[in-house]
Design a protein around this ligand. Structure first.
Ligand SMILES: [Zn+2]
Length: 244
């Protein structure tokens, strides 16, 4: 992964500006190939709209990933991204993790911005999410597009990890990511990633019926929905919050 640059100081402000633009833009950029140093002229996308070609490229793993014409290396330009789906009032951000690991300021900034957007545009407050890795960013968009409540999915992950807890599979060493390529409608599949090297090590799933029952249980109870709000009080919705 390329070294973080100091220009990432204000990713959210950049994202806000980008989100306000109607069309997705690609900025021309010259970047040195991390392997051979050849300067590659490319373009970097920072805003993604629902249904766009840029979104397809994100899911295909090709977004902001130029190929060096000299040595053939594909390398990722891992810069902040914002996804906006106006129809379903959803905005997701991928920003750099603060060096001290304290995400509270970013969470607050994004939550405030969502409120500002809705009051200035006189629309419903969008659902906003912040993520700190590209895989989490993709997961948020995939869950939203597939009609899931990501808070319940994170809750289900937590339950699943708790029930499977063993030497081979546990939350300290592993994390789960929604498998959007799963074709079996009866299950919700997750890929198990090793936290240390970020490599997939196995796959687990929950029955779709169990998720539906969980959804029904929560949505039919004001008390449980309040508890869900309390479990995930900000735009940073992650199973790791529950593990603590
Ligand atoms: Zn190269």
């Amino acid at each position: 992964m390329p070294a973080r640059k100091s220009t990432e100081k204000a990713p959210v402000t950049q994202g806000k500006k980008a989100a306000a633009q109607a069309a997705a833009a690609a900025d021309p950029r010259s970047v040195a190939c991390p392997k051979c140093g050849t300067v590659v002229d490319t373009s970097v996308v920072s805003t993604l709209l629902a249904g766009s070609d840029q979104l397809k490229a994100l899911f295909a793993g090709t977004l902001n990933r130029p190929e060096c014409p000299e040595c053939g290396t594909l390398f990722l330009i891992d810069e902040p991204l914002v996804y906006r789906d106006t129809a379903s009032a959803f905005i997701a951000y991928q920003v750099a993790m603060p060096e001290d690991g304290d995400t509270s300021a970013i969470e607050q900034e994004i939550d405030c911005m969502a409120t500002d957007i809705s009051s200035s545009e006189e629309t419903e407050r969008p659902t906003v999410r912040v993520t700190f890795t590209r895989s989490d960013f993709i997961e948020k968009i995939a869950l939203r597009n597939d009609g899931y409540d990501d808070r319940l999915i994170e809750y289900a992950k937590f339950q699943l990890l708790k029930s499977l807890d063993s030497e081979e599979l546990n939350h300290r060493r592993h994390r789960l990511l929604f498998d959007f390529s799963n074709q079996n409608p009866d299950i919700i599949a997750f890929i198990v990633f090793d936290r240390e090297n970020n490599q997939p090590v196995s796959r687990v799933h929950v029955q779709h019926g169990d998720y539906d029952a969980l959804l029904e249980e929560f949505t039919s109870s004001t008390q449980l929905m309040l508890e869900l709000d309390a479990l995930f009080p900000s735009c940073y919705v992650s199973c790791d919050r529950l593990i603590g």
